[in-house]
Design a protein around this ligand. Structure first.
Ligand code: IFM
Length: 486
């Protein structure tokens, strides 16, 4: 396995990131203008999720999740790819953690697989699953890397889906119990807990468009699922506090920067509607303890009000310690009566990733400033930010992903601008550590800073990994200089 990254060989500095000796045109001088804005204790991290990297889908007592079922269903994922083996991280975790350490990150965001820890979604935890995550968390501790553990990153135990999944309120109660059991089992090795990752995707892609597991297409169920996911977050937060008062708890939402296609009242209303059903529907109950009239206007016809029971909003509004933001896109909203919720969204120009997502770094600044001013004064973390490109291993065995270097430089700089304007940003987790199973797109999209050859499981740090390491090093050096001159 290639897991060694000799930054001296490659001569990377933050100013000189164009590959070996800055030789790749178009990427020279990629310095971070706002590096000095990042606080000294800033959490520079990388992120993954269990189903996307672990593999060992039927081993260690793991039960099936909705993603096992969905990816084995004809037409479920591109090329019928599944997470059966993925990055084989279940067996390679120790060398993967060595590689994380080599990359110089202080922090690592991972998720636990519910169906590995609790195969049927209820009852006692599976001790083999507990042992696996304890080993990983202990391994991180030994390498001086702080874990940020996501409790739910989309892999619902299939047995719970068979009972109605997130469309049922009961799933929220089951999740809260699972969260408490997990914190009791692992809480001595981790203090940062993220209840849910991007509940919007779980609800609207899983139950609305059907693009994600469990692949159902019913907007009424999607809307109920959205409320039940928020409820699950609130119940879990209270439950965790009950057993571990020192736990620091947050939730991660995807926050999209939405612009209207034109100044017409119809397009502007479409943009507001899209904001309501993608951003506000999750941010408002968590941070304001209510759904605004725009959310009700968009979703009550699909059963939102009917799903809310007395006390739910107070439960969801549980006090938190931080907020996680995943940001990927600026989108343009058009009014289109033939589209769901009468909104058609198209990526903003000018540039796109291999996913066709837009590259607009100012959107990173905008969403951070917006969350800080409109939703919460809690510390914020960018819990995911990254891009997929058509990476390949060149004849020298290198992966020179200059586009990703450029993307990261601009997005991280944009986060630094938000800090300059007063946003309390405490960390930045690049998605992703490794290339991995990209859900409905299978292995066709590569987001990693480390290239994975899925035939051999070889890991090859890309140029972007080298760049990120150099960035972190430059930030440490800057702090050391400031400390010495203070
Ligand atoms: O791979 C996903 C991740 O699991 C959740 N956030 C978006 C990433 C890229 O699509």
């Amino acid at each position: 396995m290639t897991s060694t990254m000799n930054t001296h060989d490659r001569g990377a500095t933050v100013e000189q990131t164009g590959g070996p000796k800055g030789s790749h045109s178009g990427v020279e001088g990629h310095s971070i203008n706002h590096l000095g804005n990042f606080p000294a204790d800033f959490a520079w991290g990388l992120a993954t999720a269990a189903y996307q990297i672990e593999g060992a889908a039927t081993e260690g007592g793991r039960g099936p999740s909705i993603w096992d079922t969905f990816s084995h269903r004809p037409g479920g994922t591109r090329n019928a790819d599944s997470g059966d083996i993925a990055c084989d991280h279940y067996y390679r975790w120790a060398t993967d953690l060595d590689l994380l350490k080599e990359l110089g990150v202080s922090s690592y965001r991972l998720s636990v697989s519910w169906s590995r820890l609790q195969p049927g979604g209820g009852g006692e935890l599976n001790q083999e699953g507990v042992a696996f995550y304890r080993a990983v968390l202990q391994g991180l501790r030994e390498r001086g890397i702080e874990p940020y553990v996501t409790l739910y990153h989309w892999d619902l135990p299939q047995e719970l889906e068979d009972l109605g999944g997130w469309g049922e309120r009961e799933t929220a109660y089951r999740f809260a119990k699972f969260a408490v059991q997990t914190v009791l089992a692992l809480g001595d090795l981790a203090s940062k807990w993220i209840t849910l990752n991007e509940p919007w995707c779980s609800a609207f892609l899983g139950y609305g468009s059907g693009a994600h597991a469990p692949g159902r297409r019913d907007l009424n169920i999607a809307v109920r699922a959205a409320h039940h996911l928020s409820l699950a977050h609130g119940l879990a937060t209270a439950g965790i506090r009950g057993v571990d008062p020192s736990a620091q708890i947050g939730v991660t939402n995807i926050v999209t920067d939405i612009h209207s296609a034109s100044s017409s009242p119809e397009d502007q209303a479409a943009a507001a509607r899209l904001d309501a059903i993608s951003n506000r529907v999750f941010l408002e109950p968590v941070f304001h303890g209510r759904y605004s009239s725009s959310v009700h206007a968009a979703l009550d016809d699909y059963g939102l009000q009917d799903a809310i029971e007395p006390g739910d909003l107070a439960t969801i509004h549980a006090p938190l310690d931080f907020a996680g933001i995943n940001h990927y896109q600026r989108v343009i909203a058009h009014n289109d009566p033939s589209a769901p919720f009468s909104v058609r969204e198209v990526p903003a120009q000018p540039a796109t990733t291999s996913f066709g997502w837009s590259v607009v770094p100012e959107s990173m600044t905008a969403v951070l400033e917006r969350v800080a001013s409109e939703f919460t004064t809690l510390p914020l973390y960018v819990t995911e930010s990254g891009a997929s490109y058509h990476d390949y291993v060149d004849p020298n065995g290198h992966v020179i992903d200059t586009e990703r270097v450029d993307y990261l430089r601009r997005y991280i700089d944009a986060a630094g601008e938000a800090i300059a304007s007063g946003v309390n940003l405490k960390g930045y987790f690049v998605w992703s550590f490794l290339d991995n199973f990209e859900w409905g797109e299978g292995y066709s999209k590569r987001f990693g800073l480390v290239y994975v050859d899925y035939r051999t499981q070889e890991r090859i740090p890309k140029l972007s990994a080298q760049w990120y390491t150099a960035l972190i090093g430059a930030h440490h050096a800057l702090n050391a200089r400031n400390y010495t001159s203070a």
